[in-house]
Structure formats: C-alpha cells, structure tokens
Design a protein around this ligand. Structure first.
Ligand code: BTN
Length: 324
C-alpha cells in the first residue's frame, strides 16, 4: 500500500470517518499497515482523527504544498512530472533557469512557498508571501520561431483563466492584454515569460505563473489594494486548495499547448479574444516608443494587438502597458 492510496481514500470521504476495517479491506492490507500509514501521513503534516468504533478521518492538511498531495492530482503527460518544490527562493524563474541549463525536460516545474525577489513584467516586483499563493515556473522547449514567442504569453493567459474558472466557478475572469487576469477590474494573477535564444533560435522558455490565491488584504502593500485582489478575497473569504489549483493549471496549459502544436495560434487567438476585457474599449497604451490612445479591436496572427486610432487607421502593438 502506498501513502497516496490511503490519502486518496480519506480525501474522497471528504472529512467523514472510515473504519479501519473498511480501509484495510479497500486497500487490501492489514489493520497494522493502515495504522503505520496513518502515522506516516501525520508525520508529513496531515491531521487524522482516530476514534474507536468510528475509524479515521482526514481533518487537516499540511499548509505546505507537497509532492505527495500534488502528484496524484496531476492529469498531465509532461507538465509537472519533473517537480521541485522549494521553501524560500529569490525567484522560481532563476531556479528553473538553472535546471533548464542543466538540460531539464519540457514540463519541469519549480514551485516555491515564498519568493523574496519575485519579479513581474516591466521590471516590477511581485508580492509573493509564504504559503498563500501559487508561485511557480514551468519549462517549455517549443519548436516555434523566436518572433512567435508572444503567442505563448497569450496561450498562458487563456490556460490560467480557464483553470481558475474551473476551480472557482463563481468568479468572472477577464484577460487584460497581454496576460493579466482580472476580477472586477482587479488583478488576481500575473504571467512572466523569459526566454533563452541562440542564433535566432529559441532554446527554451521559462513561464512564470503567479496567482494570488489565499492572500489577505494585509499581505498587500497599501497602494496595490486598489488594483489587486486574491482569489480568496474575491471568493467571499473562502480559501482555495493550492495543490488542486496547480494541478488544474497544468492540465489546462498542457491541453492548450498540445492544441497549439497541432493547429497553430488560430484557436488560441479565438479563445483569447473571447475572454478578453481589453477589446473594444478606449485605452491608453504605453509602448517602448511612446504613448498612444485607441481602441484595441483584435489580435493579429502573430499575437500583436491591433489598435484602432482616433483617425481610423490601425497600429499593431507588440509590447505595452495598458491603462484606462
Ligand atoms: C506580472 O507582472 O504580472 C507577472 C508576474 C509573474 C509572477 C510570477 S510568480 C512565479 C514567477 N517567479 C517570479 O519571480 N515571477 C513569476
């Protein structure tokens, strides 16, 4: 018998008691073996109530994300199958980059409980307190030409929004170009793609995914509270299981990544446009070459944003920060 099967059995009972006899029959092991496995799970931070005549029930999980909990939930071929879960790191991006340089395979994942120098787009810092978020980096080795890398940014946003919608169905999530996810206009997650190229050839991409899962208002710097919110805060204060969320993110991501490999960007583009809150509203875009005001109308086939300017002409933007 493995730890995983006892854990799965107790989890499936959703906090109800299961008799030792029932467990030993269902797992086909002795009562003593059941007891030993209970002790092992307890040593890993699970709380298991044992009551004579009632049996065992799972009443608490470790607050940390563990491979023991995550792996049985994974429904992927490659994503997350090579897994490193770390406690405190400056940034999961750097940890994964080291592994990538050592030849780690596609789908390798680094998760951290806390980041001390989490980074976001445009050189911003990313708030990553201990035990409250999903702070992780996923390794891709895509066979796409370098200029098409931005398409993966958009793909990541669609995958993340579908995953969050599955885990917290009460939320209405919109994608702000290129890849911020918003609930009621406030940011709940961020995506940062960093790539390594050589001679115009894409070697690998490190996809950084940050989801503010169970953060409380106190976890944010004051000035961010106007613009950011956690899933828990947006979900009426109800905490979300981080391991489950990670498993669903990886599943959605791998599914879209496979679709992209098979059919190219067109289906991803259609999904992105359907989830977007950026299209057809007047916005101010701060690009590396200046500011422009216009109405984004669609994505082009590369992944750029086609913006209609006040004179009716169109300009395509590939890198920008969007304000209202
Ligand atoms: C953004 O600015 O919206 C992107 C934020 C990306 C944050 C994630 S958290 C995991 C990974 N490690 C980092 O340092 N950043 C990304």
């Amino acid at each position: 018998m493995s730890n995983v099967s006892l854990l799965e059995l107790l989890e499936a009972e959703a906090g109800a008691y299961v008799s030792g006899e029932d467990i030993s029959r269902r797992l086909n092991v002795s009562r003593t073996a059941v007891w030993k496995q209970v002790r092992k799970l307890e040593a890993q931070g699970y709380t298991i109530d044992a009551v004579p005549r009632l049996g065992y029930r799972l009443s608490g999980k470790p607050s940390r994300i563990t491979a023991l909990e995550l792996l049985p939930k994974l429904n992927t071929r490659a994503f997350g199958r090579q897994l490193r879960i770390m406690d405190v790191v400056p940034s999961t991006q750097d940890e994964l980059r080291k592994l990538a340089e050592e030849g780690a395979p596609e789908g390798t994942l680094v998760i951290a409980e806390q980041q001390t120098s989490g980074r976001g787009r445009m050189g911003r810092a990313w708030v990553s307190p201990a035990g409250k978020g999903v702070w992780m980096s996923l390794l891709l080795r895509p066979l796409v030409p370098l200029p098409l890398t931005p398409q993966l940014t958009l793909l990541a946003a669609v995958a993340l929004s579908r995953a969050i919608a599955r885990v917290v169905p009460s939320l209405s999530i919109g994608i702000k170009w290129p890849n911020d996810l918003l609930v009621d206009g406030k940011k709940i997650s961020g995506i940062l793609l960093e790539s390594a190229a050589e001679d115009e050839r894409l070697r690998y991409v490190v996809v950084g995914l940050g989801v503010s899962v169970n953060l409380e208002p106190d976890d944010y710097p004051e000035e961010l509270l106007e613009r950011a919110v956690s899933l828990k805060m947006a979900n009426g204060g109800k905490a979300i299981d981080r391991a489950e969320l990670i498993a669903v993110i990886l599943e959605e991501f791998e599914r879209l990544y496979d679709l992209f490999a098979e059919r190219g960007f067109a289906p991803i583009r259609a999904l992105w446009e359907a989830h977007s809150v950026t299209l057809n509203h007047t916005v101010r875009l701060t690009t590396p070459t200046g500011t422009l005001i216009g109405v984004p109308r669609s994505l082009d086939e590369m992944g750029g944003l086609r913006v209609e300017l006040p004179d009716g002409s169109f300009q395509t933007v590939y890198s920008a920060d969007i304000g209202d």
